[in-house]
Design a binder for this molecule. Structure first.
Ligand code: ADP
Ligand code: MG
Length: 292
């Protein structure tokens, strides 16, 4: 492509809310075979809500909301906001937290009212030596309904099962269809539960899911997909998406996301509208075709 055609192409893209930070990206984008998306905050709104709370014998809903809500006040994860909001809306008290610990990709733990609380994925509880089998069937049912199951332990006893659900962005189904219409494969990369991720992917017609990825595992997931499918673009919004945005052949950052994601990307989707991905690819084809 000539410098002029690239200028015209990137100019047209900008009018559609797609900002090319590097002109070469337009040429690379044309050869992409698969688009991988981060889930939370990219395919979904990134604003989960608590949908279910199942309490074990010997614990009350109110106590769980106080203990879990107080602990999650200290976390910045979107899941924490869902639990805090539920605790507040049911009028649960806030309590002091000591020994707070966040384990990225696992969950949180700390001491509340003299009790040791652990909240997180099954692997977080396993790591703390807590058996979750009593709630395994319920958790599976919730995950198949596209909800994220989280376990709560109090003094190493399984105390509750919480589910949160994160609504899909309005633009997501259309954006995925447009990519399929261009003949591309679509993948999802997430730290979320395998079954939850599969349920969401199947609702959206996503071809490939890589789930239960730890925060530093996204680059390896990109590499695996690249080996299987070829040139890969990755779209993400978070701080922990920055390495994957750099290591993909093309990184597209959601403009409403973190500054670090935007700085690591080749392309920025200004409004967060995922239709920008297919638009950018459409323009890359047009520009390269027109000048041969
Ligand atoms: P993602 O960005 O895909 O949600 P993360 O690595 O941030 O992936 O989180 C993976 C999983 O770790 C979550 O689905 C949840 O099970 C658990 N987790 C992380 N932080 C918290 C938290 N503050 N409270 C409860 N669970 C958490
Ligand atoms: Mg995200």
């Amino acid at each position: 492509a000539t410098p002029t055609s690239i200028m015209v192409g990137t100019g047209r893209a900008a009018e559609l809310g797609v900002l090319f930070r590097k002109g070469e990206a337009l040429q690379t984008l044309k050869d992409v075979k698969i688009i991988a998306f981060d889930k939370t905050g990219t395919l979904t709104k990134g604003k989960p809500e608590l949908t279910d709370l199942i309490v074990a014998d010997g614990f009350s809903r109110r106590d769980i909301l106080t203990l879990a809500g107080s602990l999650e006040m200290r976390s910045e994860h979107p899941i924490a906001a869902a639990i805090v909001a539920a605790a507040k809306s049911e009028g649960a008290d806030g309590a002091e937290v000591t020994n707070f610990k966040a384990e990225p990709g696992f969950g949180v733990s700390g001491t509340v009212r003299g009790q040791t609380i652990v909240i997180g994925a099954d692997r977080a509880l396993a790591r703390n030596g807590i058996n979750v089998s009593a709630f395994e069937e319920e958790a599976k049912r919730l995950a198949l309904a596209a909800k994220t199951p989280l376990y709560v332990a109090v003094d190493a006893k399984l105390a509750a099962l919480i589910a949160v659900a994160d609504p899909i962005k309005d633009s997501t189904p259309e954006a995925i269809k447009a990519l399929h219409d261009l003949g591309l494969k679509v993948a999802m990369i997430t730290g979320d539960n395998q079954k939850t991720a599969e349920a969401i992917a199947s609702q959206l017609g996503i071809d490939t899911v890589v789930a239960e990825v730890l925060p530093d595992g996204k680059v390896a997931a990109i590499e695996t997909l690249r080996q299987k499918f070829g040139k890969i673009a990755f779209t993400g919004d978070g701080i922990n998406d920055a390495p994957a945005l750099s290591s993909a052949d093309i990184g597209l950052a959601v403009g409403t996301g973190s500054d670090i994601a935007i700085e690591s990307a080749d392309v920025v989707l200004m409004s967060g509208d995922l239709n920008g991905v297919a638009r950018a690819i459409g323009i890359s084809h047009a520009v390269i075709r027109n000048i041969g």
